[in-house]
Design a protein around this ligand. Structure first.
Ligand code: DHE
Length: 587
């Protein structure tokens, strides 16, 4: 364990000099085109992997169209959805990247596009050719491909959902009481990303209780309000509903809600516990509300519409995070490209009421404050956090974090010794951690402001975590280019955080990757998650699919290694979701 000396304080509070430094940082970094390999860092750009498998027809060629065979068009589509659609949009109308519709690409011409794809641009286009990610032939193919009309991927409405819907064990055939001796509240649902599975691991004994097949490259797990049902969503839009009461927990219902998806949640408001589930899709851009017992699809809502500020039409606004309100019978649905937060009232699906909040682009991930009244979500491309009041259904604040690309996961709540209750986020684009005051009653001067900002291990952080029973704040950095940093975690002592803007809080670096003792590969340490008591923290040591991975468990009090969980079935573990903490939104 290494103790780092505190940096000279580089507070982000009201410092003009630092503001300049922060601005200068990314500009300098962007002078070089972005590298885009196949590792976890590349996986962070949305990849429409499932869409890449659809069969498409080459559009009818006109006299000016570039010559291309049907096979080449199919390959171009595959490459486009895997590598390009995340930024340029499925329909090539632009998202975080520029539009690539034929009117634009033909104006630029084949040679220009070919060189752009080969060398990239400082504005963020990766150097696909010179990095070796695409061969010269593929670059040539893609330069011709984008001159043609884009294929229109299929929709996925009620008939498709109904066709895919399976109730494997009917509600009446399920156990009437818990049939196993598993401490369900302390179960961890662990994403086995590249295996298309989850592992259910006992938080007390570290024993793998079940490995369950799920959708492709599972993204997250969520727990029903009663704690009985676990919902898991794959990138391919497959939702698995797993009954944790069965002798051996297994899938009791499943449905494919779209072709590309990332989010799932269940109703939590009093009186609606376990009644409904919801899942959001990247493609088609929509969410669906389902029966909480069977996953029968009830209502599909498209998110296509106007961008909140420019009020121009966006054809494919993806559904990012979804959370269930504790204050009203509502789901909080975050729509990425239009920058809107929707409060979806689920009491009457026939006469659906939705409150649409103008927030910011591009909404991604977020969580509640400690009272669960306020929801804070990253508008990552704008460096902001949007705060909404789930009691009043109103925008509370839009806060610039001062860092590059906030990425909180669900964030971390704790009581700062000086500033009172805060919610925190780390950043993908730099090493800063920002604390936002969340107590408008007790600490009105600090509420919805960045009260402090300090440095952790390095850029490339995805998740930050603490627990009400812990006095530690854990910050990962899995996408940091330095292999030592990406395999380590920074731990801050919350009780030692001061109010002196000239001193950065000291942090301890835990060499989690080294503790895992994995001989091969370059495993990254990702997503701290607490056990139910808040006494142990679990970290995924995420290696390549064909290499050994592990889960490292750390004692929260002593910060010493408790155990390393290894098993040939633990292939590419990423997210971990403790049943009790996830169900109660404790983080
Ligand atoms: Fe995630 C949460 C989307 C890449 C692991 N990820 C989320 C959420 C969204 C999202 C919308 C919030 C869900 C919610 O709360 O309802 N993630 C995306 C992407 O679009 C992106 C950038 C690229 C892609 O093509 O998927 C992406 N995510 C990743 C990864 O590369 C990670 C590290 C590994 C993986 O499994 O692919 C990853 N994402 C996670 C995890 C969470 C998550 C572990 C849940 C964190 C939590 O504590 O709640």
């Amino acid at each position: 364990m290494t103790i780092r000396a505190p940096h000279a304080r580089r507070t982000l509070l009201g410092s003009a000099a630092l503001a300049l430094a922060v601005l200068a940082g990314p500009a300098l970094a962007q002078e070089k085109p972005k590298e885009h390999g196949d590792g976890p860092a590349a996986a962070y750009e949305p990849s429409m992997t499932t869409l890449a498998e659809i069969q498409v027809e080459i559009p009818g060629l006109g006299p000016d169209d570039p010559v291309m065979t049907q096979e080449e068009f199919q390959r171009g589509t595959e490459i486009y959805f895997q590598r390009c659609a995340g930024c340029h949009g499925v329909l090539r109308k632009g998202a975080t990247g520029k539009p690539l519709t034929p009117d634009v690409t033909r104006e630029n011409g084949f040679d220009y596009i070919k060189s752009f794809i080969t060398y990239g641009s400082p504005a963020g286009m990766p150097n696909w050719g010179t990095s070796g990610d695409l061969t010269e032939a593929d670059v040539d193919l893609m330069a011709r491909y984008v001159l043609l009309d884009p294929p229109q991927p299929p929709e996925w409405g009620m008939p498709e959902m109904m066709n895919s819907w399976k109730v494997l064990v009917k509600p009446e055939d399920r156990p009437k009481e818990k049939m196993n001796d598993i401490d369900i509240e302390n179960l961890m649902s662990v994403t086995l990303r590249d295996a298309g599975q989850i592992a259910l691991i006992d938080g007390g004994t570290y024993e793998i209780k079940a490995v369950i097949d799920t959708g492709y490259a599972v993204h997250i797990s969520r727990i029903s309000a009663s704690g009985r049902y676990l919902f898991v969503i794959g990138r391919d839009g497959l939702v698995n509903m797993i009954d944790l009461w069965m002798e051996s927990p297994a899938t009791v219902a499943s449905i494919k809600i779209g072709i590309e998806a990332r989010s799932v949640e269940t109703s939590k408001f009093e009186g609606f516990e376990d009644k409904l589930a919801i899942a959001g899709a990247y493609w088609p851009p929509q969410f669906v509300i389902m029966d909480g017992d069977t996953l029968e699809p009830k209502k599909i809502v498209s998110t296509r519409g106007m961008i909140y500020d420019e009020q121009v039409y966006h054809p494919e606004p993806r559904v990012a995070s979804i959370l269930a309100s504790h204050y009203r019978p509502e789901f909080i649905v975050n729509v990425k490209e239009t920058g809107k937060i929707m409060f979806v009232d689920y009491t009457d699906l026939k006469n659906l009421k939705m409150t649409e909040i103008e927030a910011e682009r591009f909404l991604h991930d977020g969580g509640f404050d400690s009272t669960k009244r306020y929801f804070l979500v990253a508008a990552n491309a704008r460096g902001k956090i949007a705060v909404v009041d789930t009691k009043e259904d109103k925008l509370t604040a839009l806060i610039e974090t001062g860092g590059q690309t906030p990425h909180p996961g669900r964030g971390a709540n704790f009581t700062h010794p000086v500033y009172g209750p805060v919610w925190s986020t780390s950043h993908l684009g730099d090493e800063s951690v920002a604390l936002i005051g969340t107590d408008p009653e007790g600490h009105p001067d600090q509420a919805w402001k960045i009260v402090d900002s300090f440095y952790a291990l390095g850029g490339g952080s995805l998740f930050i975590k603490t627990h009400p029973n812990s006095t530690h704040l854990y910050v990962d950095a899995p996408l940091n280019p330095d292999s030592e940093i990406s395999a380590s975690v920074a731990v801050f002592d919350i009780t030692a955080m001061g109010g002196d803007p000239n001193v950065d809080p000291e942090f301890t670096t835990l060499p989690i990757g080294e503790w895992a003792g994995i001989p091969e590969g370059q495993p990254r340490v990702v997503q701290p998650e607490f056990n139910k008591e808040g006494t142990e923290v679990w970290f995924s040591v995420w290696n390549a699919k064909d290499k050994e991975s592990a889960i490292v468990v750390v004692d929260d009090k002593t910060l010493e290694l408790k155990t390393v969980i290894k098993d040939p079935r633990l292939i590419t573990p990423t997210g971990k979701f403790n049943v009790l903490n996830t169900r109660n939104d404790v983080y």
